[in-house]
Write a protein that binds this ligand. Structure first.
Ligand SMILES: O=C(O)CCC(=O)C(=O)O
Ligand SMILES: [Fe+2]
Length: 270
């Protein structure tokens, strides 16, 4: 990506066969920038989970999904967040910039179960991939899960909001059914994947725990035409041998408590 890449350029990176909106930008970082970030990720911060390791910056959220506001470490800000600003990725979220980064590490054969990122965050996530390529699987939510979300909305926000959500949901479902889901997005090292809108709210995503992604070709990979180097996968017979892949997932947490309000006895969150 050239440093001058701007919002108007984002449309050319849209994955057009998928619901609005996924954007895939290959070579978002240079090889040198990737190496520099990788060597700054602190070794002592990892928490080992089932089939992956995780660290949260600046900290993990509280039980009620609140972030204790604090700056992100500078190696996660420069150059990545500056480039997000040029692309206006977070310009419509409450804090207008990411305030939280989850770093995931998957060794070969590891993955993450299909899930949604939920409503602790504004509905945009920007994922920088480092180290190795991996396939992200996207799928529709089972109907039961949609009902659960509607019930939670009814309990927390009242019936008029529920009615509004149902209208929104019906609208985006009819939009979504035109698209080729389930699907696979192939994420190369140094790429950026942006997930927003209905793609964030109405779909699940996960990574299969396999040592090799197989059968990679233009008809099985939704972002094939946007890949930085599709010939590498062609030459490998449509196979991607997994290595250790790290993802930086940038988000805007909605509820932030300032250090000052903690000092004053935790009065109020904002
Ligand atoms: O590593 C990825 O690309 C996905 C991670 C993810 O889904 C998450 O952290 O919520
Ligand atoms: Fe996720």
């Amino acid at each position: 990506m050239t440093p001058a890449c701007e919002l108007s350029d984002l449309q050319q990176f849209r994955i057009s066969s998928l619901p609005p909106d996924f954007y895939y930008i290959p070579n978002f970082l240079s090889v040198e920038e990737e190496a520099s970030i990788l060597q700054k990720i602190p070794a002592q911060r990892w928490v080992t989970l089932f089939r992956r390791r995780l660290q949260a910056h600046p900290s993990t959220l509280t039980k009620n999904n609140t972030l204790l506001g604090s700056p992100l470490p500078s190696y996660l800000v420069k150059p990545v967040v500056d480039r997000f600003e040029a692309l206006q990725i977070f310009s419509h979220t409450p804090h207008k910039q990411p305030n939280h980064v989850l770093i995931n590490e998957y060794k070969e054969g590891e993955g993450i179960m299909s899930h949604e990122d939920g409503n602790a965050y504004a509905s945009v996530v920007a994922t920088v991939s480092l180290g190795a390529s991996i396939c992200l699987e996207v799928a529709h939510k089972p109907a039961a899960m949609d009902r659960e979300v509607s019930q939670q909305n009814a309990q927390t926000a009242g019936d008029s909001k529920l009615a509004r959500d149902e209208v929104d949901r019906a609208g985006s479902e009819s939009t979504i059914s035109q698209y080729a889901v389930p699907a696979r997005i192939l994420q190369e090292p140094r790429s950026l994947l942006i997930t927003t809108g209905p793609a964030y709210r109405d779909l699940l995503h996960g990574i299969d725990s396999v040592k090799v992604d197989e059968d990679l070709n233009p008809s099985t990979v939704a972002n094939w035409d946007l890949l930085g180097d599709s010939t590498a996968f062609e030459k490998a017979g449509g196979r991607n041998e997994r290595g250790t892949r790290i993802s930086l997932t940038y988000r805007d947490v909605l509820k932030v408590s300032s250090a000052a309000s903690k000092v004053l006895g935790g009065l109020g969150t904002r």
